[in-house]
Write a protein that binds this ligand. Sequence first.
Ligand code: SF4
Ligand code: SF4
Length: 381
Amino acid sequence: MKKLAFGMMRLPLIDENDEASVDYNQVNDMADLFMERGFTFFDTAYPYHEGNCEVAFRKAVVERYPRDSYIIADKLPLFSIKSEDQLEPIFAEQLERTGVEYFDYYLMHNVSGFSEPGFLDVDSFAFANKKKEEGKIKHLGLSTHANAEYLDSILTMHPEMEFVLLQINYLDWENEGVESRKCYEVACKHNKPVMVMEPLKGGFLADIPPEAEKLMKDYNPDASVISWALRFVASLDNVCMVLTGASSLEQLKENIEDFENFKPLNDEEYEILNKVADIIQSNITVDCTKCKYCLDACTEEINIPKVFDLYNSEKILDPAPWTPIGNAYLNYSKLSGVGIASDCSECGMCVEECPQHIDIPEVMKDVAKTFETEYYGFVDK
Ligand code: SF4
Ligand code: SF4
């Protein structure tokens, strides 16, 4: 099986402010291209695009291709499970939305501290094992954003897990909050094949500082910065699948080409990536992957990932009174009517949800200081 999966977490939208407004026609084109080029693995989940990710998969693939020509992975939303009686209806809804009779791969979605009620108070693992016995799940595994020690304890408790889905990319490999390398090593210790999510760190590694990009281009002028990131994860021996969250036909096409012409990294290239990571690290302000897990938690309706995205982009630029990013923040804050950084009440509700362990309220203070200045007319706030 080829190592590239069509990760459907960030599908193209008709209205960029409406997560549910999936552009089904474009998804059909993307699925067609993916299948034509000999790739078969699709990854979806219950909450993505407010449920329409699973629907998009049905429309693009299930209703247009024979069942034996594709592979589908779906996930049990542990973080939404509060009682036993939710399990069967959610699983049934997933089968109905996707239109399949069984899932090739099924994951316990984000096993970690904040989803513990979903598998400690409710026996979700037993439920999933039962579905496997019934033939509704072919392979059962888990995804997590927790640290290596936590993953070790979960895999010790649940040796029946066949594989794990981990956040791995060259920037997080040695990151002390994410612990990509350590988690990968735990998976190897337990003999679990690894699927990779966030190989581009939510798109962040597609747009790196010019001096970092120059190192890559000097070595190989034809290779894109994205191809370096994808080759890093696909070169790991125990990685069996890489999920890329393409948001357009063009992005998916590039990902396909990178995997069709795949060559593992050599020692010199690893060295270059280490230097690139150091440069990026010195420029990054907030390590946000835009997973959006914090969105519903915010009592002040602050679009946290959007605000952090703007903040990171601003920090990479040279300081100036006016910047396009500052202007974008002004548009976001004044025109959208949602919460802005200075509205943060420091309630901390978002922090528990954040897989990157970001001290969100603390960062919000500097976001406000950066953008909500007199220059942009925030003096009256
Ligand atoms: S700490 Fe701030 S950003 Fe986080 S949920 Fe509370 S108000 Fe929102
Ligand atoms: S702040 Fe944390 S939870 Fe929110 S989108 Fe970023 S990484 Fe995800």
